[in-house]
Design a protein around this ligand. Sequence first.
Ligand SMILES: [Fe+2]
Ligand SMILES: [Fe+2]
Length: 383
Amino acid sequence: MLLDRSFRRTLIARLLLSAGPSTAAALLVAAPGCGEPEAADIRCFRWFEELGACLDREQALEEFRIIYPRCESEEKIVSVESDGTLRDGACCYEVIAEEAGPCALGRPFTLEGHRRTAAPRPADAGWLARAKNTGPGGMEPSLADLTDEERETLADGWLRSALEEHASVASFARFALDLMAHGAPSSLVEAAHIAALDEVGHARLGFSLASAYRGAPVGPAAFPMAPGIPVAADLAALARAAAEEGCVGETVAALVAAEQRARAEDAAVRAALQAIADDEARHAELAWLTVAWAIGAGGEPVRRGVAEVFEAAVASLGGPPPAGPAPGRGRAAALAAHGHLAGSDLYELRSAALAQVVLPCARALGLWKPQRARGSSRPAASA
Ligand SMILES: [Fe+2]
Ligand SMILES: [Fe+2]
């Protein structure tokens, strides 16, 4: 008998999650019989013979997207390259996985539901901070007392952050067009353009720090635009995007940047994070203002769409922390002094920002009501 595909998928995801936060990720990378040295390209999920053959490639890709919830994994599966093999209670596939990084922060540029960033381009000095943008200590962090490995980690972390900031420039450019297309007031259009310039500054700061830790300049390659990028179809779509990217994304980004700054000791890093935190707070404010305007103009259908965004944010709370080795305490402190936090720290900060700031704001605005979390006896967000 064929089981309903959607119900089956949901049930499997619940079963995996009910296995416990610490085992869900392990099931994926260490399912029995999934290969030895080449395991980096094999990923598995739990399966039961009673369910029949393994899912086809397209269904398996959907399954991996459920199992690797956004912001809870340091990698994402971008394609499934083989049919599944059922062995020892798991379906295993050859996949192409790419590094997703810990929780992406700030305003993303998304196309067809996927975040896009440019690729890094070595030896490109075109996105380094100008002298007038440097803070106390300039843009040269102190490299004394850092091991080669720590420098490499910091270079990678700041590069990833810089590429996300670079994507935010494109995101605000599109947001400005969305606002124009749906009759927004000039104050919002103006703020969107100013925010895009802020993001240029954030990207420069990030690329400058990445280059300093790396010991050689690095910048972004051409941004992967697609022809005919659409503007928001209607006011509800505009408001949903503003809620997701701004009310959630940038509110969280502002709080995380402030916390990174509080833990940082290097003067150049602190100056960069201070500027970023201040700007992100304004960007978050712009998003909440935009949502308020859109609801005022579009009424209940717009409000409903925005409320769904906050429900989705609630659903992302309480999942497993990112997989991957945590740095030792001494190394973690050395990295934090230069603005780098471990994936698990970022995940916890993101969760706290959602529970303690984003959701209370949404609740106060009548955009979200606490309910009991799925499969849990605790309130969805108790702050
Ligand atoms: Fe930014
Ligand atoms: Fe921003």
